[in-house]
Write a protein that binds this ligand. Structure first.
Ligand code: ATP
Length: 270
């Protein structure tokens, strides 16, 4: 990890130019500071205008992970943003959405030549076991409307030397530590949005089953002994992948168990 860098404001015009023919699909907006971009979009969803709304924060004062945990960010050290996806009328509540978002992020990073990308169920992007990015998916209350989801993403680009976070046994990493010339924030954002856009088209028409094999190829814990805890669950076994709903499959002494709740913690069983 290298020292923190001065942080020029994100150039949205540049992001739209890099998005090319997909630019018209997006409505991006930046804020200097907010509590959490997910909270903003969940509590104040923009009106439906057929576009995919994106909120990027230069600073989050209370970035969120799952189960009340925090996403930590430092000025100029990364990207924190959320997108609001609305699904077609009549769609079922999306299954495996968090995994689909992780796969899009993985593909965008692989196209930037980041080697060793792994996906940790349900929502983390690791590089050789170190956490590079996190995802938080929250469904909007439906109230008779088609499903809509806010997908929040935090990516470490250039962490300050003193950066640490709790509860990451494998440690954390940033793109500056993985690439000789890391992308600009504009390029990174445009690539991730483009990948989300393309992959969600597949997801909207064919669902998670169409993406399952690609997710499993990157499964950080494939065939490893794992421990799942939280929400009254305490299970051990071998991680054998995910099913068509995005549920984690763990083979234990009593057969294969399906873990659907994303509100649990998954760890390698030492
Ligand atoms: P578990 O392994 O227990 O399932 P998780 O890592 O999936 O947890 P999330 O709720 O998805 O947990 O993400 C929040 C966690 O991410 C924090 O508790 C912290 O450990 C880690 N974290 C927070 N900020 C960063 C960051 N900038 N880079 C890497 N990891 C971070």
């Amino acid at each position: 990890m290298t020292g923190s860098i001065p942080c020029p404001a994100l150039d949205l015009e540049r992001v739209l130019a890099l998005l090319g023919h997909r630019a018209a699909r997006f409505a991006p907006r930046t804020v200097e500071e907010c509590t959490s971009t997910n909270t903003e979009l969940v509590e104040r969803p923009p009106i439906e205008d057929g576009r995919i709304h994106v909120l990027i924060a230069e600073r989050q004062t209370a970035g969120r992970g799952r189960r009340g945990r925090n996403w930590h960010s430092w000025p100029g050290a990364g990207l924190t943003f959320s997108t609001l996806w609305r699904f077609a009328p009549g769609s079922a509540v999306p299954a495996g959405l968090s995994l689909a978002a992780g796969l899009a992020l993985a593909r965008a990073l692989e196209k930037l030549d980041v080697a060793g990308i792994q996906l940790k169920w349900p929502n983390d992007v690791l590089v050789h076991g170190q956490k590079l990015a996190g995802i938080l998916v929250e469904l909007l209350p439906m109230r008779g409307r088609p499903p809509a989801a806010v997908i929040g993403i935090g990516i470490n680009l250039r962490l300050p030397a003193h950066a640490t976070v709790p509860d990451q046994p494998g440690g954390i990493t940033d793109l500056a530590g993985q690439l000789a010339s890391p992308p600009s924030r504009e390029e990174l954002l445009a690539r991730v949005l483009a990948e989300l856009h393309d992959l969600f088209e597949v997801y909207a028409s064919a669902g998670f089953p169409a993406l399952r094999a690609a997710w499993q190829q990157r499964n950080a814990f494939a065939d490893l002994p794992v421990r799942i805890s939280g929400e009254g669950v305490e299970t051990r076994g071998t991680c054998i992948g995910v099913d068509d709903d995005g549920a984690l499959l763990v083979r234990g002494e009593d057969g294969v168990q399906r873990i659907l709740s994303g509100e649990v913690s998954l760890r390698v069983d030492p």
